[in-house]
Design a protein around this ligand. Structure first.
Ligand SMILES: Cc1cc2nc3c(=O)[nH]c(=O)nc-3n(C[C@H](O)[C@H](O)[C@H](O)COP(=O)(O)O)c2cc1C
Length: 220
């Protein structure tokens, strides 16, 4: 009975490779968990608002003293945070855009990483005053890029900010276990790309098998 939050970030209506991996993972999961629930948040097609100065002021105003308009300004953030809070398993399927995450996904991150909701801030903690509120979730990152070699020790490691950035913010999503599978070479469209797709599909299937055999990791 896993609650899945499935976030997709490709701006492409059709042919998205990251969404293909995400759909494969989520439908594969549901085949073995017919009581599970999936909330699909398609930020690629329906991007959340970018946070504003008024939004920040509202977020830092104590709940009890927020004006009606401040509460309204935070409504979307409240909804998105509720989706994160309820999830046991968060699946983020995203392209690499300009060596990092798409703006729509960053807008979603900015809406959900919020003081006193997903992290607390206390200078009494010294140089690391932020602490996550949520915990114990599994995060699956499914990505696609046009170029290749962004992994650890590979040629473009220094340029690959997508997975490292998502891993850094993942603690505020409550992620305890993180898994990632990537398709590369999309812009080359050659045999390496075909091989990368085939390998990624196998890795998703293998991940499904290993998570299914250890459901305690993802079930509430
Ligand atoms: C606006 C834009 C920016 C991109 N920037 C990069 C990039 O910095 N590095 C890269 O390897 N591929 C880049 N690509 C290629 C995409 O990552 C690739 O096409 C990927 O498959 C897109 O994901 P999707 O198939 O899920 O839509 C970019 C594509 C677009 C449309």
């Amino acid at each position: 009975m896993t609650k899945i939050l499935y976030v997709t970030a490709s701006a492409r209506q059709n042919g998205s490779l990251s969404r293909m991996l995400g759909d494969r993972f989520v439908t594969g999961w549901m085949r073995h968990d017919d009581l599970g629930e999936v909330v699909h948040r398609n930020v690629g097609m329906d991007p959340p608002a970018i946070i504003s100065g008024d939004w920040i002021a509202a977020a830092f105003t104590p709940k009890a003293t927020r004006t009606d308009s401040q509460q309204k300004l935070l409504e979307l953030s409240d909804r998105l945070i509720t989706e994160v809070r309820r999830a046991d398993l968060i699946v983020i399927a995203t392209p690499m855009y300009n060596y990092g995450m798409p703006g729509a996904l960053k807008a979603w991150v900015d809406q959900v990483v919020r003081v006193n909701e997903t992290f607390t801030f206390d200078l009494a903690r010294g140089d690391y005053p932020l602490e996550p509120v949520l915990s114990g979730k599994t995060l699956v990152l499914l990505t696609s890029s046009g170029e290749f070699g962004f992994g650890h020790g590979e040629a473009r490691e220094e340029m690959g900010h997508l997975i490292p950035h998502l891993k850094t913010v993942s603690k505020y999503l409550g992620a305890k276990w993180i898994h990632s599978v990537s398709i590369e070479y999309q812009e080359f469209g050659d045999a390496r790309h075909d091989q990368s797709i085939a390998t990624a599909k196998e890795q998703v299937d293998e991940l499904l098998r290993s998570l299914a055999s250890d459901k305690a990791r993802v079930s509430a």
